[in-house]
Design a protein around this ligand. Sequence first.
Ligand code: SF4
Length: 263
Amino acid sequence: MKRETRRRLLVKEDLIYGPLLSRRLGRSLGVNLLGAGAKLCSFNCRYCQCGWTAHPILKATEPMADLPSGEKIADALGTRLQQLCREQIPIDAITFSGNGEPTLHPDLQAIVKAASALRDTYVPHAKLAILSNSSTVHWPEVRVALQGIDLKLMKLDAGSDTLVRRINLPAKGWDFATMVQGLAKLDGVLLQAMFVWGKVANTAPLAIREWSDQVAEIRPRGVHIYTLDRVPADPGLTPVSRGVLESIARYARRRAHVPVEVY
Ligand code: SF4
């Protein structure tokens, strides 16, 4: 299968997808807040499995055509949960993710509230989870929404403004210090970091030291690190070896005094 074809398949066509078996979340039912077939994100990560972001945007108030309404998402989630209950298919997590950055959805608060009520009704043992790139973590409305989510998996791929800009190519207006401060004020945050080699790498000793120091500043309840396992947007990237990931984890545990797991 050609690389472009494989990448297109990774852009979700449904509002609700799965459950998929996730190494970190167990049986995870995905909720794609960004609509079908296209990507909407505030970052343009070189390693993105959905390909390049056409127009990275940061502000949740900017017009966002074609986003599914909160009601439509809640209806689709309710229907799918009823079906899973009928078929006795268990799930461990309802995960907000999908084609881009889920916190860009302007109705995130209402969607989290509706999903929480549906979870309590149909799958009371499941967790609500989010995979976010952290770019909007300082926005008051996003912070309120995040309070309703059990597992907040937030991205931090590098410990300096310069290196984040090289790896994640953020939208205009993004600010590294603001993002780190927002993460440090978020209760129960789990950090996630992608390490890569190739055209841009974030594994040099200085990069790992700077990243570990920012992790220490944020004081997360845990850190998940991993490398590429899908075709990246930028073909100049390659995966980091397992040995290097293990050594990054050992260093960061010692320097930041937090649990770091390799996935
Ligand atoms: S934040 Fe996620 S969706 Fe957005 S470009 Fe990066 S990897 Fe892709």
